[in-house]
Design a protein around this ligand. Structure first.
Ligand code: NDP
Length: 450
């Protein structure tokens, strides 16, 4: 039995029913194979066995009260995965699909992503199986307060610093921060993605989407291409998708799609950004609303999607940016993209492409930027927010954006150089995994068996 197969079998036995987590581990271990062969010290020191087991997992009850007075109970999670490089850092996700396996897959990915930024941050992730859809502001506030009533004892500016993710934006971070402050009496940088009036960083809101487009720009530049004039497919309609679309316009490309949990919008004239923001950031309703302003756009509801994939990837375009959620781009979607002439796929979401889709992109030599590298701009800017908090400063927009652009170009260079060094120049998955792993593993070796 191969080392990877043995590790996955042991994980299945010790942590049952965590499919997304096994998927993430398998992808990383497969690409580490050449390194583990050339550097036996990693295996000899049990680095892999230690890496796949979180340092700490916290599960807790989150009771809260509906506007109508009913008591509801959700499950809360925080997985503190690895602190070899710094305090645990990673977002909180509020979505009904959240379970221990999803949080572990996200936390595991976060270790390597954070390492790739070159900044001193470890990996963690958390959330709850709470559905914010249709909940009033008061209900969201009560939920966030109850969530923090347990979480506060596990986090701190030099131990664990959560941020947002799906379902957790500026509003939720505000309620979480307020409750932390009330419980501890401390005003400190314990969360990132904060409001600008109370410790937030300029560009944090835009960072993941902007960073994702910068990463695509680096990939294109290395291949003597540019974003100018490129037609782009974007999935999602949340934080990452919105600011991916914004930066695509700024760099001369034309994004023609976006999607949400109700369906996909295609607008051949380009997605109208103000309308998108109004629908999703202000009204918080279905994308179908877009048709009221732009009746000539197309809306495909989820129940009309192809059986083997998603409508958003079936349009003709030069580039694709999956920015919604995990496994939202299947093998059939990947095939459709390639047949339609798509030459570059850059992931804003975490693990949005299935393993089969990724294999196809690499085999077909499509420019492919894996999420853990391409969406690292969010966490990198979170770390810049932590630096600003620690020095009691607020940097101007241009300074943060310039740092973000440099960091994304640096991540691309690291991944690309590593891929070349292992004779797989097209394989940024291998480049990202080996490059991130090496820093974490070397730090773990130096810190002993802990
Ligand atoms: P948001 O909650 O702001 O937006 C998520 C978007 O994806 C929404 O449009 C939502 O639809 C859609 N969506 C979510 N789940 C599903 C699903 N199961 N099926 C179909 N559509 C779905 O989240 P973010 O934009 O912050 O996050 C998007 C992705 O980016 C995630 O994978 C996240 O982990 C990753 N990411 C986010 C970072 C950040 O800084 N925010 C940093 C790095 C990665 P609807 O509007 O209907 O709910």
């Amino acid at each position: 039995m191969s080392y990877i197969h043995k590790t996955i079998c042991e994980l299945v036995a010790s942590s049952p029913a965590q499919a997304e987590f096994y998927q993430a581990v398998e992808e990383v271990l497969e690409s580490l194979e050449p390194l583990l062969e050339s550097e036996p010290r990693y295996r000899a020191s049990g680095i892999i066995e230690r890496l796949v087991e979180p340092e700490r997992q916290i599960m807790f009850r989150v009771p809260w009260v509906h506007d109508q007075g009913q008591v509801k109970v959700n499950k809360g999670y925080r997985v503190e995965f690895n602190s070899a490089l710094g305090p645990y850092k990673g977002g909180l996700r509020f979505h009904p699909s959240v379970n221990a396996g999803i949080i572990k897959f996200l936390g595991f990915e976060q270790i390597f992503k954070n390492a790739l930024t070159g900044l001193p941050i470890g990996g963690g992730k958390g959330g709850a199986n709470f559905n914010p859809k249709g909940r009033s502001d008061q209900e969201i506030m009560r939920f966030c307060q109850s969530f923090m009533n347990e979480l506060y004892r596990h986090i701190g500016p030099s131990t664990d610093v959560p941020a947002g993710d799906i379902g957790v934006g500026a509003r939720e971070i505000g309620y979480l921060f307020g409750q932390y402050k009330r419980l501890t009496g401390r005003y400190e940088g314990v969360l990132t993605g904060k409001g600008l009036l109370w410790g937030g960083s300029l560009v944090r809101r835009e960072a993941t989407g902007y960073g994702c487009v910068y990463f695509a720009e680096s990939m294109l530049q290395s291949n003597a291409e540019s974003l100018s004039g490129k037609t782009c497919l974007v999935s999602g309609a949340g934080n990452v998708a919105t600011y991916t679309i914004e930066k695509l316009y700024q760099l001369g490309a034309k994004p023609v799609t976006c999607s949400d949990s109700t369906g996909t919008i295609y607008d051949s004239h380009g997605i109208d950004l103000d309308t998108l923001k109004h629908i999703k950031e202000t009204l918080r309703v279905s994308l179908q609303e877009y048709l009221k302003e732009f009746p000539n756009a197309e809306f495909t509801p989820v129940d009309a999607y192809p059986e083997d994939g998603h409508a958003v990837w079936r349009y003709k375009a030069d580039m694709a940016f999956p920015c919604a959620t995990q496994n939202e781009l299947t093998e059939a979607d990947a095939r459709a993209l390639i047949e339609n002439g798509c030459m570059c796929v850059t992931e804003g979401a975490n693990m949005p492409s299935t393993s089969e889709a990724v294999e196809l992109f690499i085999a077909e030599k499509i420019l492919y930027g894996p999420g853990k590298a391409a969406n690292a701009g969010g966490v990198a800017t979170s770390q810049l927010e932590m630096s600003q908090n620690a020095s009691m400063q607020q940097w101007p927009f241009e300074k943060v954006e310039t740092r973000l652009r440099e960091i994304m170009a640096g991540i691309y260079t690291r991944c690309s150089k590593t891929a070349k060094a292992f004779d797989q120049p097209n394989n940024l998955v291998l480049g990202a995994n080996i490059s991130g792993f090496r820093d974490v593993a070397d730090a773990m070796l130096e810190q002993g068996v802990v």
